[in-house]
Design a protein around this ligand. Sequence first.
Ligand SMILES: Nc1ncnc2c1ncn2[C@@H]1O[C@H](COP(=O)(O)OP(=O)(O)OP(=O)(O)O)[C@@H](O)[C@H]1O
Ligand SMILES: [Mg+2]
Length: 387
Amino acid sequence: MLVRRLILRQFRNIRSADLAFGPGTVIFYGENGAGKTNLIEAIALLALGKSFRAARDAAWRMWGTEETLLRAEVETARGRETLELRLVGEEKTARAGGLPVPRLADFVGRLGIVLFVPDDVELVGGPPAVRRRFFDLELSQRWPRYLYHLSRYHKILLQRNRLLKSDGDPATLGRLLEAYDPLLAESAAPIVRARARFVDHLRPYAEAAYRALAGGREALRLEYVSGSGLAGASLAGEEAALRAALLKRFEAGRATDVRRRQTLTGPHRDDLTIALDGHPAEGHASQGQRRSIALALKLAAARVAEAWTGEAPVVLLDDVLSELDERRQRAFLTLLGEQGQAFLTVADRRGLEALRPGAQLFSVTAGAVRPAPPGGAADGNGQEERG
Ligand SMILES: Nc1ncnc2c1ncn2[C@@H]1O[C@H](COP(=O)(O)OP(=O)(O)OP(=O)(O)O)[C@@H](O)[C@H]1O
Ligand SMILES: [Mg+2]
């Protein structure tokens, strides 16, 4: 999958941009606050329909303006398609191939991405919710039904928890829960199965990517942990059997749930354990190791997406190189070279061309984005001159 062209109007600090890209590595460089992350955010928005760093759409409209436009020409196995998001006042509209897409869920995933932002280092050592979000972001893009099951599951869970918090006597509560649990199991099964299969596919790629990044020094090991107390091959197996097993778990947990007044079993408590050389990475891994693990997970997710959909997703990497030593940078850029197209932000372009010859460079200065000629700018430090 490729982003061939990106057009932005009044998006954050970018008043107007019209950029053409080829396959390979695209690098945005510029000073802090120049607008590099904004460019990554714009591409991600066209893939996900919402921003990864603002809950409210109004945040990405340029201050003092009324209308924002994001448009990308993307090339997929299906051919070329124009994706467009427009924000007028509070109203966001999506179009694909020139036609309105009324439901945002139908817009999501037309452009497949794998996104890495600095906060993703929280995948290692952060709360389990961060790792569940990783599952959800990847799976909802590759498999639209996943999002349907997930939102249904959370709706039922919310109702079940409301009931548990109500004042009913335990016997009545237990009986009422009986009605909820088959519904909960029905939605939980495809979620659990998708996550288990995802980790099974992710594992060899992530382990190999980590080995390459770490120069073979430590071995990474991943394990899906079911919050439903289930384990083994059945997790990724037949859905009907899994549904029955989950229902049993919900039933078995009912008395405890009534006592603790919340649902303690289910995929909302899932996790991914990450170990280096047999020790949990959480609380042991160094900063550089955590970052390398997070990167390995993301690169592996791109490979899984490619295996599942037949197309390599576009990889978006905000600010990753600065934290890696030169050997890891080189290993990382080599791994990246095996991807179809990747967008990278860096503060300083120095040394980059040696590391990644043939990369397409763009300078970003106070919201102005320009293709930069290879070979470096005249000012010697690789930054575009101000003024
Ligand atoms: N809605 C908006 N309208 C106008 N400008 C905005 C808006 N939202 C953010 N900005 C500006 O965009 C800039 C931030 O851009 P961005 O986060 O892309 O910087 P960056 O180049 O990634 O910097 P760094 O290297 O520090 O990560 C800031 O100057 C901020 O004031
Ligand atoms: Mg940034």
